[in-house]
Design a protein around this ligand. Structure first.
Ligand code: ZN
Length: 112
């Protein structure tokens, strides 16, 4: 499988790691769209939210929980931040492996 996130998780491609445990990894986005832009990624390869099973619900919930902990550590909790899942081409999903974007550290523009 040619998945860049699987290679990052395996350590075959270097990344700027913010957090890691047995189930998830969080890395800085290499092409940030905000002062803080972190990707929270499950180690299990799931192509997108469209490809989730009910059994994946807790894992995907953990992405959100992990994001909230990172936001706390970065001092974003009180000022606010944004969490985004992109799904598919129209949303601009680039890597076909579920990932949650954590955006913050600045005033964020309104979304379409
Ligand atoms: Zn993958």
């Amino acid at each position: 499988m040619d998945c860049i996130f699987d290679k990052i998780i395996a350590g075959e491609i270097p990344s700027d790691k913010v957090y890691e445990d047995g189930e998830v990894i969080a890395i800085k986005d290499i092409n940030p769209s905000a002062l803080v832009h972190i990707l929270i990624i499950p180690k299990k390869h799931i192509e997108s939210v469209n490809h989730m099973d009910e059994a994946d619900s807790a894992l995907i919930g953990k992405l959100i929980y992990t994001a909230s902990n990172i936001a706390k550590k970065k001092g974003l909790s009180s000022k606010g931040y944004r969490l985004v899942f992109n799904i598919g081409e129209d949303a601009g999903m680039v890597v076909n492996h579920i990932h949650l974007h954590l955006l913050g550290g600045q005033k964020l523009g309104a979304m379409v």
